[in-house]
Design a protein around this ligand. Structure first.
Ligand code: PMP
Length: 304
């Protein structure tokens, strides 16, 4: 059975996990009207550090802005809640989940209900399974496409978007794959169910642009920054499906998935079928931020 942490922050105060409940008629439960973040806290030589906390909270507020979800707390309050929920639960490394959603107070689609806000934190290992950061996963191109631009905005991290993610992820698991990759409505590579994608082609890092219906991932931005720092050329461009089969290396990235190599796509081996040299370079630069080997020149680490 799942073991839950003891403390959770809910609407401005700390509660016991089991007491942080909502009404079954809460708006978000019916209509997907929530916005959320996934943030990781890493154990570092200088103690537990939350990675890019400010950037994640900024995106949370922008997601709320898209849906006119009024935020009853400011960024500083939520930042403090994030730090405190890690501390109170005695966690060293953790996955943090701030969520804001339309609560109880109206049943119409455009109802302005009060906003509930919560921040949870728990221990969460590699999202796509034990050992996958080293061995890689087998991915498949999903039969489901991502939302088209000007339908459900992929740039806002809203609960409703994850119906798309569930279709993609569950199809992949059902068919025995580690994760699904979605194409955009224009038939170009978009992203994984909950991860952005990078392809190594001719020694350069390629990644789909925001116009491919992706979430503009904070890990994606981190990878781009670290790659440039390492002298690697990064190209954001339209990528047709077959480039997944042409590429020498492919990896997925995200807060939960971190840097996960792909050893195959659609049962076709990627490169040598194991994490390639550029993937390893990016992985060690990324995890170096937390073991002290990569200098944090960007102020990305936030002490809890
Ligand atoms: N795309 C989707 C659909 C996601 O859910 C996520 C995870 N938040 C990402 C990409 C990666 O984003 P980030 O690096 O900010 O976690």
């Amino acid at each position: 059975a799942q073991k839950y942490p003891e403390h959770i922050w809910h609407n401005g105060e700390f509660k016991r996990w089991q007491d942080a409940t909502v009404h079954v008629m809460a708006h978000a439960l019916h209509y997907g009207s929530s916005v959320f973040e996934g943030i990781r806290c890493y154990e570092t030589p200088n103690g537990p550090m939350i990675f890019r906390l400010g950037d994640h909270l900024r995106r949370l507020f922008l997601s709320a802005k898209v849906y006119d979800i009024a935020m009853p707390h400011d960024e500083a309050t939520l930042a403090e809640a994030c730090r405190e929920v890690v501390k109170r639960n005695g966690l060293k490394s953790a996955y943090l989940r701030p969520v804001a959603f339309r609560g109880l107070g109206g049943f119409g689609l455009s109802a302005d209900t009060p906003t509930d806000v919560a921040v949870a934190a728990w221990e969460w290992g590699p999202y796509l399974g034990a050992g996958v950061l080293e061995s890689g996963i087998d991915a498949m191109v999903s039969s489901w496409q991502r939302m088209a631009p000007n339908t459900i905005p992929s740039g806002a991290k809203a609960g409703g978007n994850y119906l798309s993610g569930q279709l993609i992820a569950r199809e992949a698991r059902r068919l025995g794959f580690g994760e699904g990759i979605a194409m955009s409505n224009t038939g170009l590579i978009s992203e994984g169910a909950g991860e952005n994608l990078f392809l190594v082609i001719n020694g350069k890092l390629n990644t789909p642009p925001v116009s491919a219906g992706i979430l503009s991932g904070i890990t994606r931005h981190t990878v781009i920054t670290l790659a440039k720092e390492a002298g690697i050329e990064v190209i954001e461009r339209d990528l047709p499906r077959e480039t997944l089969y042409f590429a020498d290396e492919v990896f997925m990235c995200g807060t939960a998935a971190e840097i996960t190599p792909l050893r195959s796509v659609d049962a076709k081996q990627v490169g040598a079928g194991k994490p390639g040299p550029m993937t390893r370079t990016i992985q060690s630069a990324f995890f170096g931020l937390f073991n002290g080997k990569t200098e944090d020149r960007w102020g990305w680490l936030d002490k809890v």
